[in-house]
Ligand binder design. Structure first.
Ligand SMILES: NC(=O)c1ccc[n+]([C@@H]2O[C@H](COP(=O)([O-])OP(=O)(O)OC[C@H]3O[C@@H](n4cnc5c(N)ncnc54)[C@H](O)[C@@H]3O)[C@@H](O)[C@H]2O)c1
Length: 333
């Protein structure tokens, strides 16, 4: 299987690296509109991977499947064009940043009979897998409440993402926690309320939401409280604050991704994630396991999960969250 990657940024390069030793698949080409990004990929991967300045040239180069790793708002065109050409897909989360675009992607996948994984990488995170197993075993009973925080320090909107003003903590982060809430409850949203705040990032030159809070009621009756913020100070112990609390009728559980048993006190106190990291000469971690299991599934003809139907539900809900916070913000002014 020859794989193409659209987007030579952080994630595109991570996936190309993760698949470099995977049997049965070869990343043969990558595409990016930015010459700077293509040069960075050339410096990292050499002549092994062809670099293209358009998706059409990449798609004409004899590939079988495509990874879409463009910014949040730029998944539609590469995804639909790939499906039309019969190329299987892995698409970064969120599937799209509007319900209409998510629907167009799902419809194209179905119409052209290709497979599509939406890259919710927490499905490959051992912490969340263990919790899901405990729930499957009935140890927590029926899940009635989920609370999740997934936030970043200023580093992410100000230094890591060049396109943060065109996204938000709601689009960049909350799809992950909504996916977790749906996965842990085995249910889908039926009602959503939300509030957001803005002004702090705007004053720093990035005109988007500072914080987004949503209360999502699931069909099962479980209630999910989700919070994502992009204005944590850089003095925080980690650039990501990621915590999940679940209450069931028979028990409860907490995951604190910030406290994995590794802390340092250097110029400041810091916590560290064990993964991703090089283990036995290979970079290992959630995203690496996800893309490798997708690639193995391609070779073996397995339909990947979660697919575009799930991705569309997440996008529909996050769009509703943004509509509600816009409306509340306008009413307050
Ligand atoms: N960085 C992370 O930690 C992270 C984690 C999980 C998921 N994601 C998701 O992955 C996606 C990519 O994020 P990233 O961090 O790699 O961004 P990035 O900015 O590092 O890379 C995106 C690349 O896509 C290129 N691009 C933009 N429009 C294009 C187009 N139409 N055709 C071809 N190339 C185009 C840009 O030039 C850029 O090089 C996003 O949807 C993001 O939410 C990122």
């Amino acid at each position: 299987m020859n794989i193409g990657i659209v987007g030579c940024g952080i994630r595109g390069q991570l996936f190309a690296d993760a698949l470099s030793a995977e049997a049965g698949v070869t990343v043969t080409g990558m595409a990016d509109l930015s010459v700077h990004a293509r040069e960075a990929a050339r410096a990292r991967f050499g002549a092994d991977i062809s670099l293209f300045d358009s998706i059409e040239k990449l798609y004409d180069s004899g590939i079988d499947a495509v990874i879409v790793a463009t910014p949040d708002f730029a998944h539609l065109a590469p995804a639909v064009e790939a499906a039309k050409r019969g190329l299987h897909l892995m698409i970064e989360k969120p599937l799209a940043t509007s319900a209409d675009e998510a629907r167009l992607i799902r419809e194209a996948v179905v119409k052209h009979g290709v497979t599509c994984l939406v890259a919710f990488e927490n499905r490959w995170n051992p912490h969340f897998l263990k919790l899901r197993r405990l729930i499957d075993e009935g140890r927590l009973g029926r899940i009635v409440s989920v609370n999740a925080v997934l936030s970043n320090t200023y580093f992410v909107p100000e230094k890591m993402l060049s396109w943060s003003a065109a996204s938000s903590p709601g689009w960049f982060l909350m799809p992950h926690t909504l996916d977790l809430a749906m996965w842990m409850t085995g249910s889908t949203p039926v009602d959503t309320t939300a509030r957001g705040t803005r002004g702090v990032l705007a004053r720093r030159g990035i005109d988007t939401w500072d914080t987004v809070d949503a209360l999502v009621v699931m069909e099962s009756g479980a209630v999910a409280g989700l919070r994502s913020s992009w204005i944590l100070p850089e003095s925080s112990s980690h650039i990501v604050d990621f915590r999940l609390e679940i209450v069931g009728t028979e028990g409860s559980a907490r995951i604190d991704m910030n406290e994995q048993g590794i802390t340092t006190d250097l110029d400041r106190h810091a916590t560290h994630w064990a993964l991703p990291q090089e283990v036995g000469g290979e970079e290992e971690g959630m995203a690496q396991w996800m893309v490798r299991s997708w690639a193995r599934g391609l070779v073996e003809g397995i339909v990947p999960v979660p697919g575009p139907e799930h991705g569309q539900i997440v996008t529909d809900t996050i769009e509703t969250v943004h509509r509600l916070i816009e409306e509340a913000h306008r009413a307050e002014k």
